[in-house]
Design a protein around this ligand. Sequence first.
Ligand code: S3P
Length: 177
Amino acid sequence: MLMKLIENIYLIGFMGVGKSATQRALANMTGAPSVDTDELIEEKLGLTISDIFDKYGEDHFRKTETEVLKELTEKSPLIVSCGGGVVKKEENIEILKKGGKVFYLKADPKVILSRVEGRDTRPLLKGHMSVEGINELLLPRIPFYEKAKDFIVRTDDKTPSEVAADIIAILEKNAEN
Ligand code: S3P
């Protein structure tokens, strides 16, 4: 099924909820172009996310994240998978809201843990690989995910294609109204 996007589709939510996998599934199912902000940041700085945090710190990562988000508003329409911390800056929330429709992907911390466990690609999860550790980072962010979102989609026991199908159904329903 090909679908014509008229504005960006942003996927937000905590690490491990399935944003990147859903982005790829959505791109396959709709034929729309898609990007992952973490991959663009890695390309821009020529380093992995872990190395960016190690060498330059989180602030520099966040500065680059905002630059990338701004650049993407000029390349619209795209499906954009955002890093889990994108809502930490108010400026980013404004960019998302102006740039298109924002889907907040949500999963239970236990499910998140099962998806991120054993991977060392996410510097902020160091020392937080437990349900308590995830909640410590996740709970303060929830109001900001809520503020940025247009729609919420649960991902707990769904495949990326099922999550993508839910998103497409919401977009189609909204296009009718
Ligand atoms: C982060 C999430 C990561 C990445 C970076 C920081 C966060 O992206 O941007 O490690 O602050 O939640 P994913 O959500 O794609 O893992």
